[in-house]
Ligand binder design. Structure first.
Ligand code: NAD
Length: 704
């Protein structure tokens, strides 16, 4: 039962009971209305308490009903709030845990609100590209200073209830037993009745128009282009200041409906559901139990090893970090300490927390110290024979049931698994650099990886606050495999007439956090060079574009050498156009007899982004990714793809798959590049929406 109704003396208590966060499902909404009506009809009842669980008063709309007719079915949330606010008997919201979105809007419609000090209060709708659509923008400025209300609505950030002590938002901030406090509050009201305080009847709190304007400008200043919701939030709150309540509500509704239809909101909602869908594992029984992970071993204390270690230290999990040489080990430990020291200096970490974290770290050069580890992650040089040696060694020292993971970016996980006697315990954990900051974790499922190993990796990812996406084994997994054709297009554009900065600027103006050439300079152009040299040994291709190789032959590896596609002044990361690179490109074109042409920014974006889509579709067809939305998540969390565009697969769908296919066909006709060979459309259309497994549909549709 999603809501219960009890009598405590003269008070009716309606308990919201729709785990996990009391989402306002149709059933719960119906029960709230029924509860209020029952209490109004009961002569002995003087007041009504609305209360949730310790975890949540209510987290707002029930996401299980998102996009379904039942989500909007009557009584809808505005109707429920109207019933509550119109009640002739006082209704007290007793708030603990999260009280967000529609949950807070419901509380704002109650006549009184009491809360535990640590209850979390927010109107986070803006994060989904919309605004509070059940009166939140009109009622909150009647209870809080409008500029504070505006800040909450525009940023969507949560604050503890204690922060609002002394405002009309809360009548009492309480400790301990919330229900007892609410019943006492109700009893006090009964003994000294007061006129009912309906938020809709209150005047908006006073604010100087100039102060409001200043606060609005400041709040909107940091918003990137492509996100219309924050500005509409300002408009909605301004309507509360300028219009009578009902007209303000109507304006809020209009603005809400405008936002729901924007591509940004659709993309943000897609990303929200993509994150949830990614945790679901195709063909793994839901009852599969994770293995306990109390101690983690890490092999290699370089860039990745030390970054990976911090994730676990931050989550309170003990680490044993192993290196081949003592000096490399010391450097790794020093990197970790330096990162924490700097966090302390910035006030982001308390000195005592620094000590706690470092106390969980043990450094060693002796494999025997890994005997107790429940999970061991290898992050040594990207060299198959070294990694094979490490896995053989791990097979000898790791306890039975320990999970053996590799952070490899390019090597075949199945080959590594095969050197052990326990391939079912082997998995890929592909962290991104800097590993302690980047949200994305590709969890690579080998041919023999056991289901409970996969489940453990996903659970662990959640614990260390990563967004995990499952990938099958292929060259580059999901993310890096797709970046290859994307980068290739960028290079081809140079040959055809673009400059690196033109390509970067076009993609950055479109929303990418960083264009491909600035990205190359940051990551190091030598990494790709090494891979290409290796590839050319196995697959000779006299035609392959050589501009990047020539750049590396000049020692221009990127920021680390002070020069790459751009030049960098000492100590600066500002990418400066370098005539040397432009000359290199011009000379190459002349040598090859390439006739240049003017290329539009639109073509740059289409070529690069549709290259991602093309490869993504193949990844989906091959079953490497479980669903199109997983591919989007990889790009949103790991590659600086703009959130408001929803990821490469969603974006192609938003443009229209037929229109994309047409452009792709024209690129194919012009270049003959196999990248542009037509791909299947059906699986993408199906999978990027629902987020459910599409392997079956994919298989079927590729058989035509
Ligand atoms: P790195 O060179 O910074 O560190 C590798 C460390 O491994 C060195 O400190 C080295 O001393 C140590 N090492 C080498 N052989 C060893 C052995 N047999 N036993 C123990 N320690 C050994 O390299 P990195 O950038 O941290 O990369 C490590 C792994 O992570 C590679 O597989 C790489 O492909 C992968 N990776 C790197 C990045 C990145 O951006 N750097 C991103 C994702 C994945």
């Amino acid at each position: 039962m999603s809501g219960t109704y009890d009598i405590h003396g003269q008070t009716a208590v309606i308990t919201l009971n729709n785990p996990p966060v009391n989402g306002l499902s149709h059933d719960l909404r119906t029960r709230i209305v029924a509860g209020v009506q029952a209490a109004l009809a009961a002569p002995g009842i003087q007041s009504i308490v609305l209360i949730g669980s310790s975890r949540a008063f209510s987290g707002g709309a029930d996401i299980r009903e998102f996009n379904l007719p039942i989500g909007l079915a009557e009584p809808n949330l505005p109707q429920v709030i109207d019933v509550v606010e119109s009640s002739a008997k006082p209704i007290i919201a007793a708030i603990s845990g999260v009280c967000m979105g529609g949950g807070l809007e419901l509380a704002l419609g109650c006549h009184y609100r009491i809360a535990l000090a640590d209850a979390l209060i927010a109107l986070p709708e803006v994060k989904l590209g919309v605004l509070p659509g059940a009166g939140g923008t009109q009622r909150l400025p009647r209870l809080l200073n409008p500029e504070i209300a505006l800040g909450m609505i525009v940023t969507g950030e949560a604050s503890p209830a204690a922060k609002f002590k002394g405002t009309a938002l809360f009548d009492q901030i309480v400790d301990g037993d919330l229900l007892a406090a609410a019943l006492q509050f109700a009893a006090d009201l009964a003994s000294a009745p007061k006129p009912l305080l309906r938020t809709r009847d209150l005047p908006v709190l006073k604010v100087e128009p100039s102060v409001f304007a200043q606060v609005s400008t400041k709040l909107l200043a940091g918003i990137q282009p492509g996100y219309p919701a924050p500005a509409k939030c300002v408009e909605a709150v301004r309507a509360a200041l300028d219009l009578p309540f009902l007209e303000g509500l109507r304006r809020e509704q209009e603005l809400f409906h405008e936002l729901v239809e924007t591509s940004a909101s659709k993309a943000l909602r897609h990303a929200f559901f993509a994150e949830r869908a990614a945790t679901k594992l195709a063909s793994v029984a839901e009852s599969t139990q994770a293995r306990p992970i109390k101690q983690v071993g890490i092999i290699g204390a370089g860039t990745m090893g030390s970054g990976i270690a911090m994730n676990f230290l931050n989550a309170g999990i003990a680490i044993v970090m192993l290196e081949i040489k003592a000096d490399a080990l010391e450097r790794g430990v020093a990197t970790i300490r330096k990162t924490y020291d700097s966090a302390v200096k910035k006030g982001k970490l308390k000195p005592v927390e620094l000590e706690q974290r470092l106390s969980l770290l043990r450094a060693t050069t002796d494999y025997a110290d890994l005997a107790a580890a429940d999970l061991i992650i290898e992050a040594v040089f990207e060299d198959l024979s070294i990694k094979e040696q490490v896995f053989r060694k791990l097979d000898q020292v790791a306890k039975p049931g320990a999970i053996l993971a590799s952070n490899t970016s390019t090597l075949d996980l199945n080959v590594l698994a095969a050197v052990t006697k326990r391939p079912e315990d082997v998995i890929g954990l592909h962290f991104f650099s800097p590993a302690h900051l980047m949200k994305l974790l590709e969890v690579v499922r080998g041919a023999k990886t056991a289901d409970d190993v996969l489940v453990t990796a996903m659970a662990l990812a959640k614990k260390i606050k990563k967004t995990a996406v499952v990938s099958g084994v292929c060259d580059g997994f999901i993310g890096n495999r797709m970046i290859a054709p994307y980068s290739q297009q960028a290079i081809q554009l140079l040959e055809e007439g673009c400059t690196p900065s033109q390509v970067d600027q076009a993609l950055e103006a479109w929303g990418m956090a960083m264009g491909p050439f600035r990205m190359g300079d940051l990551a190091g152009n030598d990494i790709g060079w090494a891979i290409r040299k290796h590839q050319r040994l196995t697959v000779p291709d006299p035609e392959y574009p050589r501009i990047p190789d020539r750049l590396c032959e000049m020692g221009r590896y990127g920021q680390k050498t002070g020069a790459g596609w751009y030049r960098y002044e000492a100590g600066s990361r500002d990418a400066l156009v370098d005539p040397v690179v432009l000359d290199l490109i011009t000379a190459y074109r002349a040598e090859k007899g390439i006739k240049t042409r003017a290329i539009s920014d639109a073509e740059i974006v289409e070529r690069c982004i549709y290259a991602l889509y093309q490869e993504g579709t193949r990844i989906l067809d091959e079953g490497i990714a479980q669903r199109a939305s997983d591919i989007d998540l990889v790009y949103l969390c790991g590659y600086g793809f703009p959130l408001h565009r929803g990821g490469p697969m969603f974006y192609a769908e938003a443009v229209g798959l037929a229109a994309v296919a047409q452009r792709v066909a024209s690129f194919y006709a012009q270049s003959g590049d196999p990248l542009w060979r037509p791909v299947t459309e059906a699986p993408v259309r199906k999978s990027s929406r629902g987020g459910e497994s599409v392997k079956a549909e994919t298989r079927r549709s590729t058989e035509f």
